[in-house]
Design a protein around this ligand. Sequence first.
Ligand SMILES: O=C1O[C@H](COP(=O)(O)O)[C@@H](O)[C@H](O)[C@H]1O
Length: 210
Amino acid sequence: MGKLCEAPYSKTVDWAKWYIFWVDERVVAKNHADSNYKLAKDGLLSKVPIVPSHVHSINDTVSAEKAAEDYEFVIRQLVRTRVISVSDISDCPKFDLILLGMGPDGHVASLFPNHSILDENEEWVTFLTDSPKPPPERITFTLPVINSASNVSIVVTGSSKAEAVHSAIDDIGPDFPTLPAKMVQPTKGNLVWFLDKAAASKLDSAKFSE
Ligand SMILES: O=C1O[C@H](COP(=O)(O)O)[C@@H](O)[C@H](O)[C@H]1O
């Protein structure tokens, strides 16, 4: 994403075709240090000519429950008008690309290990008020939405995440709890992990290309 802010991409990418959504968001003001919107705005959106009306951030003035409901409503409208495609095997939106990070505990988006939110398969966007990682109030896409995307990338750096990378990618047998990151399995899409050497250091074998 950083590269896209630089020449030649900043000029050659057809930014008018880009629509931006947040897979998960912390329910804090948009200028708060914990805001995922702020992170994306400072790092990318303020540096490229994305159409402002194509940037769909959450309503930060309401409760987590209402923010999730509002966000799903917006996405449903865009599916109805065919701005977002729809999956042909579920009624879920089919995003072109879902870009995820992963925490040292194996969480992706705001889908945390052993949380009941992992079983949510009715809603497209749901909320939690007890996130084990602060801040506690968050909204998140659900697994069925993530797994309906055309492409999913998980980008992980640092040795603190090496154990979780190993558990999520390697075959570690049935006796271990399944991490949220391992539940990311696009039904008809591609999944690509991007790891630095430290994050890849506990993988069983060289399943990756440098
Ligand atoms: O809270 C979150 O954490 C993960 C990854 O966290 P990191 O600080 O270890 O990079 C992130 O991917 C997720 O979207 C976010 O809300």
